[in-house]
Design a protein. Structure first.
Length: 482
């Protein structure tokens, strides 16, 4: 359904990542005149250098693990030697070919997204954009250039994303000291990759390169990998890392990273040093909001440079909205996309449901994957909600046994009073897919008993969800009954 306006509304969008892309499509769907300004390519960093290439790399690593572990299922790979006797072949990774493929896929995805926008009637302008007051965008061919165009619009949406954070004592050089956007230039598998930072990005790349066959050392300043995530999930992942041969240095802060000939040396705060062939700096990101006219337009910012937005992605200036990693909301591509849609719906008068962080589904693409939604077990333990928690090991699932899955679990969090499902954690293969029914339950306030009555195929990994909810059933006894 499209809305009709007495006067055609105009929308200008700065940044073509997931937030800007969805905002442009939604605005076009509602009949607005839409201009999208993007400097690198439709899809932004998420498609060109971040989500799409990194998850493609991880998919390759998963394939390598599947081949190497096939022997556990009775599948044996052999080649015949010159004497006719069988030889066990090694799994070899052609990283240059892998990187060519993932960058090609990223470009294809960007081209597909651009084609969708053009078909929808969106005007796409290539260049470096900045705000010119609350209703204008200046687009230059180069940052700060004098050759520019000006776009005026009733509504502005800022979705400029973020870039890898760089430390003054560990400057990336693109050869040995790398950010996650520079990994795809490597021609061969790193002999010894040191990953500094054990958050989501660091854990994902550490997992991928370990499974591709590289020696990996993970430097974590906290007690556990994935600080802030479910403790049981982090414990499973750390156990898998160590079993796979990764060195995990907990409570170790990297003070400095330097080139040393054909390698690197990472100096830790306790005086130790770690030598390797390459170092990946995964120490967070900074929003790309500097120098694009936000302050002059009256948009409120945080000290870190993030744009303050409310639950409908609106900034402090009524007709300026913002979406994605440049905002104070949850930094996920799926969230950016939803913010973009919500912003345009609100600006153009369509039905809007404000975003709730407690209903957001997130996934960490390590091996095994870790998917979460809603409330956490920590919320229950610290008394923020009165709830019940049940965890069921995935190894008890018959389908998991058939597939040789040893690690992972399903965890359900429900309200104590109503039994409504308010959160969940899944650790295991394809957790990103398995979390969906729990996410629906959280969104629609489905109870554990209602969820337990949904038929799951047998045998299936999703059967662990119904098994967990059935185990949480509470009999409603008569108060006078002993």
């Amino acid at each position: 359904m499209s809305l009709s306006f007495e006067l055609t509304q105009s929308v200008a969008i700065l940044g073509g990542g997931p937030g800007g892309y969805e905002a442009a499509l939604s605005a076009a769907q509602l009949g607005a005149e839409v201009t999208l300004v993007e400097r690198a390519g439709v899809g932004g960093a998420a498609v060109m250098t971040d989500v799409v290439p990194s998850k493609t790399l991880i998919a390759t690593a998963d394939a390598a693990v599947a081949v190497s572990e096939a022997g556990d299922l009775g599948v044996q790979l052999f080649a015949r030697g010159g004497d006719g006797n069988p030889l066990r072949p090694e799994v070899a990774i052609n990283l240059a070919a892998v990187n060519r493929r993932l960058l090609t896929l990223a470009r294809q995805q960007s081209d597909d997204m651009r084609a969708s926008l053009v078909e929808a009637g969106v005007r796409i302008v290539s260049g470096h954009g900045r705000l010119d007051g609350p209703q204008g965008v200046i687009v230059a061919t180069e940052p700060g250039g004098t050759d520019f165009d000006r776009v005026e619009a009733d509504t502005l949406v800022v979705s400029v994303g973020a870039s890898p954070r760089e430390l003054p004592t560990a400057r990336p050089d693109g050869e040995r000291i790398l950010t996650w956007t520079q990994l795809y230039d490597m021609k061969g598998l790193p002999e010894h990759l040191i990953v500094v930072g054990s958050g989501v990005t660091g854990a994902e790349f550490a997992s991928a390169y370990m499974n591709l066959g590289a020696k990996v050392t993970l430097v974590s300043s906290r007690d556990q990998v994935l600080p802030g995530e479910d403790e049981d999930a982090a414990a499973v992942l750390e156990r898998v890392f160590k079993r796979g041969g990764m060195t995990v240095l907990s409570k170790s802060r990297a003070e400095k990273v330097e080139r040393a000939g054909e390698g690197v040396v990472v100096s830790l705060s306790d005086g130790r040093t770690v030598e390797g062939s390459h170092c990946l700096m995964a120490v967070g990101s900074i929003p790309n909001t500097r120098g694009i006219g936000l302050e002059d337009a009256g948009v409120q910012m945080t000290d870190s440079g993030h744009i303050r937005v409310n639950r409908v992605a609106r900034t402090s200036v009524p007709n300026i909205y913002a979406a994605g990693d440049c905002t104070t909301f949850v930094p996920l591509a799926s969230v950016a996309a939803m913010q973009g849609r919500t912003a345009v719906f609100h600006a153009l008068g369509d039905t809007v449901i404000p975003l709730s962080p407690r209903r957001i589904t997130a996934n960490i693409f390590t091996a095994p994957e870790i998917a979460t939604v809603g409330r956490s077990e920590q919320d229950v333990a610290e008394g923020r909600i009165r709830g019940i928690v049940h965890k069921l090991p995935l190894a008890a699932n018959p389908r998991a046994k058939m597939m040789g899955i040893k690690d992972g679990f399903v965890k359900i969090i429900a309200q104590e009073s109503s039994g409504a499902v308010v959160g969940g954690v899944i650790v295991g293969p394809r957790a990103s897919e398995l979390i969906y029914p729990i996410a629906i339950a959280v969104e629609r306030r489905i109870t554990i008993d209602q969820l337990s009555r949904v038929f799951a195929s047998y045998p299936s990994l999703s059967g662990s969800i119904t098994d967990a909810t059935r185990a949480m059933h509470i009999v409603d006894h008569d108060p006078g009954e002993n």
